[in-house]
Ligand binder design. Structure first.
Ligand code: ZN
Length: 330
């Protein structure tokens, strides 16, 4: 296959702390020989495992970038046994624009794997991660939040995998991250995700959803900061014990967990994130916005569980994700 056009200004095999860029040539009107510059840090000390941390895979999710810019600035090489690769704003154009997708090509990076070296800017980033970053890593942690359109209970997540031993390694890493909730996740459509790419290579992979709404709060940032250091302790890269308390295990047994809006209108949530709900209980109402005198539509939950995710904006459209009800593990 054609080589990647991306050049790293860091040496992945050198000891010490390096701050640099993944440089992706991008010729355009305002910069004929310009480039997209993706910040990267490599912190390495001797031999040992490699953890790859990525944030900003979607550009409007902030706990990951905050925790990872902070980690890159504060982690001394002497404290490390092994290697930490930190990419806080992986889809850098989307991150700079505060958007989920890239303003350059509309690309959703987490639907673009394995990418193409001769594709769009977003596909070139995916291809570089696929062929150059993921193979270096033993553990991959991709930190997401809900972004502008979703809000979540703060959880770390793994997938159900065919390889039970690999799934158990992922579960142990998810437990070490120690978010307040730990979800075994069923994707609506896993094609093109970094998750599937890393898992197919046999990597230990953990993702998160830490809050949402297109900003970040102190509590969810603290979860992300503690989580990344816990992962390094779990890997044996940092000394010390994993910190935190119990995490509530959650499952998604089937599609009854997910509510998709079949109507448009003004969204009234009747329960908040974390609420215990019963199948059939009204979790939201959708009011028409163009007239008075029409009663709202009641939206029931399909299953007993906890309200784990929700549509964030005040207005909802036909086809929008409306709610996730996950089931606490017994
Ligand atoms: Zn995301």
């Amino acid at each position: 296959m054609r080589p990647s056009p991306i050049a790293a200004s860091v040496d992945f095999d050198r000891d010490g702390v390096q701050h640099g860029f993944l440089k992706l040539p991008y010729s355009r009107d305002d910069s004929a020989w310009g480039a997209v510059m993706i910040p990267i840090a490599v912190i390495r000390n001797g031999s040992g495992p490699t953890v790859l941390f990525t944030g900003g895979n979607h550009g409007d999710e902030y706990e990951g970038p905050i925790a990872l810019f902070d980690l890159a600035t504060t982690l001394p090489a002497e404290a490390v046994s092994g290697r930490v690769i930190i990419v806080p704003a992986l889809n850098a154009p989307a991150f700079a624009a505060g958007r989920r997708t890239s303003p350059i090509d509309g690309g959703n990076l987490n639907r673009s794997f394995p990418g193409r070296p001769d594709g769009s800017v977003t596909e070139k980033i995916a291809d570089y991660v696929q062929r150059h970053l993921l193979p270096l890593a033993d553990i991959v942690v991709d930190i997401h939040s809900g972004g502008r359109t979703l809000d979540f209970l703060p959880f770390a997540a793994i997938h159900v995998l065919d390889d039970a031993a690999q799934q158990e390694r992922c579960r142990a890493a998810m437990a070490a991250f120690n978010a307040p909730y730990s979800l075994t996740l069923v994707e609506l459509d896993a094609v093109g995700m970094i998750d599937s790419a890393a898992e197919a290579m046999g990597k230990v992979f953990v993702s998160t959803e830490l809050g949402g709404g297109g900003g970040a709060g102190a509590a969810t940032v603290a979860i992300a900061k503690r989580g990344v250091r816990n992962i390094l302790k779990h890997a044996g890269i940092l000394a010390g014990e994993v910190e935190g308390g119990p995490s509530v295990g959650l499952d998604m047994p089937d599609e009854r967990c997910l509510v998709t809006s079949e109507h448009a209108g003004l969204l009234e949530m009747c329960v908040d994130l974390g609420a215990e709900i019963r199948a059939g209980e009204v979790i939201a109402r959708i009011h028409p916005i163009d007239r008075t005198g029409v009663p709202p539509l009641d939206i029931p939950a399909g299953i007993d569980g906890l309200l784990t995710g929700r549509h964030f904006p005040g207005l909802v459209k036909m086809g929008d994700f409306l709610a996730l009800v996950a089931v606490p593990k017994s």
